[in-house]
Every structure is written in structure tokens, then in C-alpha cells.
Design a protein around this ligand. Sequence first.
Ligand code: SF4
Length: 177
Amino acid sequence: MSKLKLATIWLDGCSGCHMSFLDMDERLLELTALVDIVYSPLVDAKEFPEGVDIALVEGAISSDEDVHKIKKVRERSKLLVSIGDCAVTGNVPAMRNPIDTASVLDRIYIENASCQQQIPTMLLPTLNKIVRPVHEFVKVDVFLPGCPPSADTFYQALTALVTGQPLDVSALTRFGA
Ligand code: SF4
């Protein structure tokens, strides 16, 4: 049986969800018997490939670049999973929503900068007016909440998805493996 193609992507999040994914430890070896990780911050792949079976998305949608990426991920993936509260609800990144984007940039690059206070004009994605969860831009098939979802949650959910078993949400743990 050929392996499923698994991808993970990190949008506006802190990487904590990916760290929790890695906390599956030796159970990752079990999973890699069933899936190939074809794109991820954890592997050396530059372009999100076509024909992905399962895409795990960490982080909220905060910029034009995030919108572009999530649309491509959706187009190229059979199953899209929002992992973590930032992807599911907006969570921490959405705390900036009551503040206008010019003030956010001022705070980061001028007020809080100890030197070279200036707002970059190149290679900086344009911030969206507000941060929104992934499902407000594309169809999401599975939601794994938690900040982050625990390693046990990742393991239970991925095992179910990869083997085609029903996902028992009552068995998912929200914090700490
Ligand atoms: Fe970080 Fe929590 Fe957001 Fe995951 S859900 S990216 S751990 S803040």
C-alpha cells in the first residue's frame, strides 16, 4: 500500500503546535510507516506540492501572504485540518484585532525597537485589518483545538485519519501529553 502524503504548514502561530506534533516522539516513527511528510517546516521542501492527502495548518490568517498560502494548501489537499486554537479561533494573534494595523506596526518597529526604528517597506507581507481563523477563508475538514493540541491528540487524530477509522473526539486530550 502506498503511503499517504502528509503536509504541515505554519501561518500566524508561535510554532507551539508543531512542537507538540514533535512531542509524539517515537510514535512519529509509527506514523511515518503510514505517511510521507512531503512539506513542513520540519523538512526541506520549498514548494507546497500537489496531491497532498492530509494538510495540518497551524496559525491564524493575518496577512495577504497567509491568504495566498491557505488557498494554495486547500487547492492541493484532500483533507485540511486546523490544528490549535490560533487556526481554529484566531486566539493569540487575534488579540490585535481592536488595534489598527498602522498602530501595530508602529508598536513593533518604532516604539519597541531599541535601534534602527523604521517600518520595513520591502519583503513584509501586508497585514489584514483583522486576524481571522482558517475556516473563514477555506473549507476546513477537521478541527483540533487546544493551545497547543496535546501530542496524544495529534497521535489519536492522525492515526484515525490515516487508517480511515472514526475520530473519537471524546478521547482527545486538550492539554499536555
Ligand atoms: Fe502557539 Fe497556541 Fe497558537 Fe498553537 S494554538 S500556534 S501553541 S499560540
